[in-house]
Design a protein around this ligand. Structure first.
Ligand SMILES: NC(=O)c1ccc[n+]([C@@H]2O[C@H](COP(=O)([O-])OP(=O)(O)OC[C@H]3O[C@@H](n4cnc5c(N)ncnc54)[C@H](OP(=O)(O)O)[C@@H]3O)[C@@H](O)[C@H]2O)c1
Length: 307
């Protein structure tokens, strides 16, 4: 159950204003976008949250570019379906059902991936969910669940994978969000968890300097997935209407292409969609303006139905 404002509506209203304020700013084509398609032939990639949405699309994109896949998530049937699609491309796939908030179990899954596929070249800490609601009314247990998954799940994935990535001068990817740059009324748990991911990525880049291992923090804007159908307690509601603004939402396969390009290019922070880049840019360079716009949009969103 969600509490408080509707962050999707709030962000939608704010998005229009922010886009206008962006004075026509458009995402410039990046090296990966222009010359993308970098290959991972014979490399081993591990993806958490690989059973749906962005994680599934990234796993399939990595397979298309020649990588073998270790797939992590809780629903074994979903992982097995993705594994079958990976194998259909001619690559190997291991489905390793596991909860990323269980540090010991995740360690076992990472070791099984390394043993089964012969090492690790890339790890994408993607598993996550959105807890929304006002700070005052969202139960602390839901806040805890949010941080255990979105923050500690990422830390745990990094801790288990980095020794193997160091051995191969590999690539680590963390999935944050444009919400890591913005705060919205009613989105405190999610936004603050993603701000933490952003900070962790920066920290890791400093700590990995000279190791040959890159850490790319990827901050998506709106992407088609199951995220809006999962409630604050982690329950999936397949019939729930996704009220995020469909006009600015990217299909997951398009998102995966630019994400894998960013990982290939060993970028630092990588923000996409065009609207997401505009929002993050303005949030960084004109925070007072953004707060003013969001406060106004938030007031209007107060009377809207909740997610
Ligand atoms: N879609 C967007 O617009 C958007 C925007 C910005 C950022 N993101 C981020 O992108 C990432 C992927 O989300 P998505 O949009 O693709 O949503 P999604 O379709 O709901 O995918 C999330 C995946 O995480 C897995 N997961 C959830 N809890 C887990 C746990 N405790 N242990 C292991 N796996 C777990 C889920 O599988 P199981 O339930 O089977 O475990 C699911 O496959 C998230 O970090 C999200 O915050 C998404």
């Amino acid at each position: 159950m969600h509490h408080g404002l509707d962050p999707a509506s709030s962000l939608s209203s704010a998005g229009a204003a922010l886009s206008a304020a962006a004075l026509g700013l458009r995402a410039l084509p990046l090296a990966g976008g222009l010359f993308g398609g970098g290959r991972f032939d014979g490399q081993v990639a591990l993806v958490t949250g690989a059973g749906s949405g962005i994680g599934e699309a990234c796993a399939l994109e990595l397979a298309r570019r020649g990588a073998d896949l270790a797939l992590i998530g809780r629903r074994a049937d979903r992982l097995e379906a993705v594994a079958a699609a990976v194998r259909a491309t001619g690559r190997r796939a291991l489905s390793l059902p596991c909860d990323v908030t269980d540090h010991a179990a995740l360690g076992g899954a990472v070791q099984a991936a390394v043993d089964g596929l012969g090492g690790l070249d890339l790890a994408l800490a993607n598993a996550g969910a959105g807890v929304n609601g006002r700070l005052e009314t969202t139960p602390v247990e839901q806040w805890r669940r949010q941080f255990e998954l979105n923050v500690l799940g990422v830390v745990s994935t990094a801790q288990h994978c980095l020794p193997h990535l160091r051995a191969r001068r590999g690539r680590l990817g963390l999935v944050g969000s444009v919400m890591g740059f913005l705060s919205l009324a009613g989105a405190g748990p999610y936004a603050s968890s993603k701000a933490a991911v952003r900070s962790i990525g920066t920290t890791l880049r400093l700590e990995l300097a000279g190791s040959g291992v890159s850490c790319t923090t990827i901050h998506p804007g709106f992407v088609e997935s199951e995220i809006a159908k999962v409630d604050n307690d982690g329950q999936l509601h397949p019939d729930r209407v996704d009220r995020r603004p469909s006009k600015v939402m990217w299909p997951a396969d398009r998102a995966a292409r630019v994400m894998i390009d960013a990982l290939y290019d060993r970028r630092g922070d990588f923000v996409f969609t065009g609207h997401g880049r505009a929002a993050a840019f303005i949030a960084q360079h004109a925070p007072d303006l953004v707060e003013f716009i969001l406060r106004t949009a938030g007031d209007r969103a107060t009377n809207r139905p909740q997610l």
